[in-house]
Design a protein around this ligand. Structure first.
Ligand code: PLP
Length: 555
């Protein structure tokens, strides 16, 4: 990296941040990525500032009731982690002027995180920042007004000069509407203001499920105040009708990225009909090594020592937590498969149980042990349904299948450090990147995964983990994936674990090599700076070269 003084100053906008389990203002991978980016910007002394929201009740704490069904509770954060900046800005929601307090998380020094909060004493607008992804459309739009419009105003009030506004997902796009409004207030035409704003904005898309890309009715947006002084005509030029937040992100930015090479391709074909959008390049996600690598494994890896004994240490720590929380004593000698994710249906947590005739003997003998964790969105009944199926299996095989309640960063760390095998069976190509598998590999865990997201780039079958399935789309996909999963599990994974430990140990090192060198947040952020943030690279010609360079993989 060149002298950091001359690097563009970046404001990174995200609805959620996963920095630590003590500040539970995250729901899943999107927030963990944002947290890892801030931490890496801190370590590498990069001029990057985070903007987010202080969620009073967090996302959710989720436990399992007697019937095996998930139920939710609010969470609380540790106020000692926050500094009051003394700054209060104002935004207009539903015609009312709303005061917003700006807090700062200082732990990351040069890469501070500013959190916006409407729960001021005496204000009755606390509902807006109450719960991450809580409430209905009106709540969501109000939250997005706070993050986007409020975020730009907060940075100004704090005296920050910003060269690049990075919108991580569509939630932040109203920041672009505020940037345009300000330029028009200084006399620019809409088109001039849009062009100038584009030069400042970059956008990351994460969602290959069309329905997951949020869209809003124009009438509602206008009623809530999201137009922010712009006209309906202008808003349609930016986000179409209904107003699609992802489309708006791609029209407000001069360059956009998907989060793995395959996802970049998926996003390009998904949005190929959208005119006037930014080119979409691919920058594959990476993880923050200090956060996700077990210290003993890291020491052994650095000293070129065997990884089995530090792995056993991490595995024992996990088994102790399992014993404490679930009351089950798993056997450290036997193979442990882990699966922990946000409980989205496309991730198929219950998948491995589809053929009981195959899986039952393995579980009954104890040769295969499994640990699951995950939360569903509080109002996602189908997500809760798939979790309850997994919980049912823990009751059927109490000695070999475990479910850990209330998945959070602490559990994520324990699980990805302590499992032997990390299972990942999404419906391809819906897992845009996935990062828990990177965390597992970083600790010598062997991925057993569909070739989706990062694993398409990382996998060397039989060398650093295994791939299965993924060869078909639609109805055949699930049938083929399942047969292929059992085949690889029975013929390769289990025999290697029990009969060829030397080979297993070799694979563990190869897995760490892959994650450590190719899927770190350090590599990811270097690519962000080199490809997305450098103003000298914004000429059309260079964008096309960058696009070519990141096309790489072709299906
Ligand atoms: C890493 C992590 C995620 C994201 O994992 P995916 O594999 O991308 O689903 C979600 N939640 C927590 C707590 C994590 O640590």
């Amino acid at each position: 990296m060149p002298d950091n003084k001359y690097l563009p100053r970046v404001a990174y906008f995200c609805m959620e941040y996963g920095l630590s389990e003590d500040l539970p203002i995250y729901a899943g991978g999107l927030g963990i990525l944002a947290g890892d980016i801030l931490k890496e910007a801190h370590d590498a002394e990069l001029p990057l500032i985070g903007v987010g929201i202080l969620w009073k009740e967090g996302y959710t704490s989720q436990f399992i009731d007697e019937r095996g069904w998930p139920y939710d509770k609010p969470t609380a954060y540790d106020p000692d982690l926050l500094q009051d900046t003394g700054i209060i800005i104002h935004v207009i929601v539903r015609g009312e002027e709303i005061p917003v307090r700006v807090w700062r998380v200082d732990a990351y020094g040069n890469a501070p995180l500013y959190l916006l909060d409407t729960a001021l004493p005496g204000s009755d607008h606390g509902w807006i920042t109450n719960r991450l992804y809580g409430g209905g459309d009106q709540d969501r739009i109000a939250q997005e007004i706070i993050l986007g419009i409020g975020g730009v105003r907060a940075l100004e009030a704090l005296g920050h000069t910003i060269d690049v506004y990075h919108f991580n997902e569509g939630h932040a796009v109203l920041a672009g509407i505020e940037l345009i409004r300000q330029k028009m207030a200084k006399g620019k035409t809409f088109q001039q203001a849009l062009d100038a704003t584009r030069r400042e904005v970059v956008f990351t898309t994460h969602t290959p499920v069309m329905a997951g890309n949020e869209a809003h009715d124009h009438g509602l947006l206008q009623y809530m105040g999201a137009y922010n002084g712009l006209s309906r005509e202008h808003m349609e030029i930016i986000g179409d009708d209904p107003f699609n937040m992802t489309v708006a992100g791609m029209r407000l930015a001069h360059i956009a990225n998907g989060v793995s090479k395959l996802h970049g391709m998926t996003a390009r074909s998904m949005w190929c009909d959208i005119d006037d959008r930014a080119p979409i390049v691919a920058i594959t996600n990476g993880v923050h090594i200090d956060t996700w690598m077990h210290p003993s494994i890291r020491r052994a890896y650095a000293a070129n020592l065997g990884l089995w004994s530090p792995h056993l240490e991490a595995k024992r720590e996990l088994l102790q937590t399992i014993a404490k929380r679930a009351g089950v004593q798993l056997n450290p000698q036997f193979m442990l498969i882990g699966f922990a994710r946000r409980a989205a249906v496309y991730k198929r947590p219950e998948f491995i149980f589809h053929r009981m005739d195959i899986i039952e003997p393995l579980l009954a003998s104890g040769r295969v042990q499994m640990v699951f964790s995950g939360k569903a969105h509080p109002r996602d009944e189908s997500g809760k349904q798939v979790l309850s199926k997994v919980v049912e299996m823990t009751r059927r095989f109490p000695q070999s299948v475990v479910f850990l309640e209330n998945y959070d960063m602490e559990l994520g760390r324990l699980l990805t450090a302590g499992c032997d095998v990390w299972l990942n069976n999404p419906q391809r190509p819906l897992e845009a990147s996935g990062t828990s598998g990177i965390k597992a590999a970083l600790n010598g865990g062997l991925n057993l995964s569909v070739l989706d997201g990062w694993w398409l780039e990382g996998c060397k079958h039989g060398v650093n983990g295994w791939q299965f399935g993924g060869g078909y789309e639609g109805e055949l996909q699930s049938k083929y994936d399942l047969a292929s999963l059992y085949e690889v599990l029975l013929e390769e994974v289990i025999p290697t674990y029990y009969e060829h430990p030397h080979q297993w140990h070799k694979m563990m090192r190869a897995a760490v090599d892959t994650a450590y060198h190719r899927f770190s947040a350090e590599r990811m952020l270097a690519e962000y700076y080199n490809i997305l943030y450098q103003p000298s690279r914004t000429s059309k010609l260079l964008e096309e070269q960058v696009l070519e360079a990141t096309m790489g993989y072709r299906a």
